[in-house]
Ligand binder design. Structure first.
Ligand code: AKG
Ligand code: FE2
Length: 352
């Protein structure tokens, strides 16, 4: 079970500050809070979210994941995500590369499709370990529903600020359409003796919005204009939210999908297991990933201002997502080109 009391994030380790957004103020349509969110979303693409109401469900998710990770490896591997680019299920430590040289990752995680959480007790996409099923009604499905509510609130705000027709983003994230949306709990083993090992390599998130809950440090961002990775400090009761590739593409680059990675937690925190929880909102499988230039003058102008950038991917959300996952897998690796094929909207050649 993840421990409740952790060593403090060390005071002498530099961190990158994020704006703090108050969720109930967003729900109430508070203009100053919406402006603050817009600033965060268009600059770094990361912000803290407080008073979101998901903390108790997040604790339940960590318990579900602890039960899952305690299962014998043989049992967990029955639910492995496989090498075809499918994300749902279990991923063992070392199954993904963290850089172009093919160093393996150190995290194991369990991914549960929103389609399965919402269809339960029917199976939509795949089967899960008994430990997931046992927590579905009390925890997993309510956590997914709560996360959908939070992320849909933010999506609607972006929709309006981008000058899109009222349902433009909503219809691209329909709950009724199968998608790559999923919840993930990640476990990284204590890393005091492996301080240089990267847990999750540099990446942008694949989808639209990520709603992240972590307790220990380790998450780092590559701030635009800087060459140094900087820690984001976890704050109790605050989720960390960020934008993924799909929103960066839909918005013609106005919304930022920023590079981030996970390294061993700093200081005494490195002696602990690191657990983190995410809900990823991703567009429906058949949604085309491209700038919504016909729907919004604001987006069309943004695309016109950045002719060097390509916002026409020529692929669907499903294809984008499958390519990125498949090419991270060590089993699919032929060389550095496999890593390059796993990259998203923002890629810096030397970023590892
Ligand atoms: O564990 C974290 O803090 C971040 C995880 C993450 O970036 C991801 O799973 O995409
Ligand atoms: Fe991420």
């Amino acid at each position: 079970m993840p421990s409740i009391h952790f060593p403090e994030f060390p005071a002498d380790v530099p961190t990158h500050p994020l704006l703090v957004i108050d969720y109930p103020l967003l729900v109430a349509g508070d203009q100053a809070e919406i402006d603050k969110l817009w600033g965060a979303a268009t600059n770094l693409g990361f912000w803290y979210l407080k008073n979101h109401g998901a903390d108790d469900l997040a604790e339940g998710m960590f318990q579900m994941a602890a039960d899952t990770m305690h299962l014998p490896m043989e049992e967990k591997l029955k639910f492995e995500q496989g090498d075809a680019g499918n994300s749902f299920g279990y991923k063992a430590a070392g199954a993904n590369a963290v850089d172009a040289t093919g160093q393996p990752d150190t995290v194991e995680f369990i991914n549960i499709a929103k389609d399965d959480a919402l269809a339960w007790p029917k199976q939509a996409r795949r089967a899960y370990p008994s430990s997931v099923n046992a927590h579905m009604v009390e925890t997993v499905t309510p956590f997914v529903k709560k996360s959908v509510e939070v992320n849909d609130t933010v999506l609607q705000i972006f929709n309006d600020r981008l000058g899109l027709p009222p349902d433009a983003l909503k219809k691209r994230h329909s709950l009724a359409e199968y998608s790559g949306s999923e919840t993930r709990v990640i476990k990284n083993p204590p890393s005091a003796h492996t301080p240089t090992k990267i847990a999750i390599g540099a990446h942008t998130d694949f989808g639209s919005l990520s709603f992240l809950h972590n307790r220990l440090g380790g998450l780092q961002v590559l701030v635009p204009g800087s060459e140094d990775w900087q820690y984001i400090k976890p704050l109790p009761g605050h989720a960390i939210c960020n934008i993924g590739d799909a929103l960066a593409l839909f918005s013609g680059g106005i919304l930022r999908s920023n590079l981030h990675r996970v390294v061993p937690p700093p200081g005494a925190q490195a002696q602990q297991e690191r657990w983190s929880l995410v809900y990823f909102t991703r567009p429906g499988n058949d949604v085309e990933l491209r700038a919504l230039v016909e729907d919004s003058k604001i987006v069309a102008d943004a695309v016109a201002r950045t002719p060097d950038k390509n916002f026409e991917t020529g692929c669907t959300s499903f294809e984008w997502f499958t390519r990125r996952i498949k090419n991270q897998r060590m089993n699919n690796r032929t060389g550095p080109e496999t890593w390059m094929n796993s990259r998203g909207t923002e890629h810096r050649v030397n970023a590892t």
